[in-house]
Design a protein around this ligand. Structure first.
Ligand SMILES: NC(=O)c1ccc[n+]([C@@H]2O[C@H](COP(=O)([O-])OP(=O)(O)OC[C@H]3O[C@@H](n4cnc5c(N)ncnc54)[C@H](OP(=O)(O)O)[C@@H]3O)[C@@H](O)[C@H]2O)c1
Length: 237
């Protein structure tokens, strides 16, 4: 299948490399291919420049967001949460209409002024806050903005290294979640998750459940900082 990954960040790279290894034709989208390939500094999380990754994965095509969306039969949104709605709605509507869009972004707002009474320091700076939160989610915003696209929220509760390789913990015996209003989108997401190696996929129902998946990011961070390592989460029924 032709899969467009909109994004060049650390998570997007995991999906691009794994989906390509699984035999899919992967098209990676960015704002400007030239600018992305010209970067020489790591990003704020220490992720190496895209050119270094691309040198190891020359099979991946790097084009603009619009070209990638147009070419993809299925879309994965790896645009950072703050900018995702604006970037996606700037694309020609026909490039996304009728397609499944898997969204794993977190609507983090970074670099907030720190209120000392509510500080949550992390190794990468003050913990970002979520917006939207509680009564809305990024996934629902994307779905409302793109009514002809079938949005499904998944992948978001793990580091993407773990998403594409669940077997690294407990032999893969842990749980991945998805939510969405379109059964076809959930089926497509489930097929990718199964190919990645997920056996336990919990369907949380309508896309409104994406609020919980996005808000889980705070708990995931707290767990990660406490454990000092990546981990899997298993739901015991
Ligand atoms: N990495 C993970 O393991 C992980 C896990 C769970 C959730 N998430 C969430 O998933 C999302 C993507 O994560 P990621 O690690 O793959 O990438 P990321 O580093 O968070 O985002 C990078 C992407 O966002 C695009 N971008 C940045 N500013 C933009 C703007 N003003 N307009 C349009 N696009 C813009 C960049 O475009 P260019 O390519 O042009 O630079 C790049 O493609 C984030 O919300 C993140 O919090 C990540």
């Amino acid at each position: 299948m032709k899969i467009a990954i909109l994004g060049t960040g650390a998570g997007a790279r995991q999906h691009a490399a794994r989906l390509s290894a699984l035999g899919h034709q992967v098209i990676v989208g960015t704002r400007s291919p030239d600018a992305t390939l010209a970067r020489t500094e790591p990003d704020m999380m220490g992720t190496e420049p895209f050119a270094a990754f691309h040198a190891v994965h020359p099979e991946l095509t790097l084009v603009t967001f619009a070209e990638a969306a147009d070419a993809g039969e299925l879309i994965i949104n790896g645009i950072d949460g703050t900018n995702a709605v604006a970037a996606l709605t700037a694309l020609p509507a026909a490039s996304l209409a009728g397609k499944v869009l898997i969204d794993y972004a977190v609507p983090y707002i970074y670099q907030q002024p720190v209120d000392p009474q509510h500080s949550w320091p992390t190794p990468w700076g003050e913990m970002p806050r979520l917006d939207p939160v509680d009564t809305d989610s990024l996934a629902e915003q994307i779905q409302r903005a793109l009514p002809d696209t079938m949005v499904v929220k998944t992948f978001v509760t793990q580091e993407q290294e773990t998403v594409v390789n669940p077997g690294e913990f407990g032999g893969g015996d842990h749980t991945m979640f998805l939510a969405g209003d379109h059964e076809d989108a959930k089926t497509a997401a489930r097929e990718i998750l199964t190919a990645y190696g997920w056996n336990d996929i919990a369907d949380l129902g309508a896309l409104a459940a994406a609020r919980g998946l996005e808000m889980y990011a705070h708990f995931h961070t707290a767990l990660g900082l406490a454990l000092g390592s990546r981990f899997g989460v298993k739901i015991v029924r």
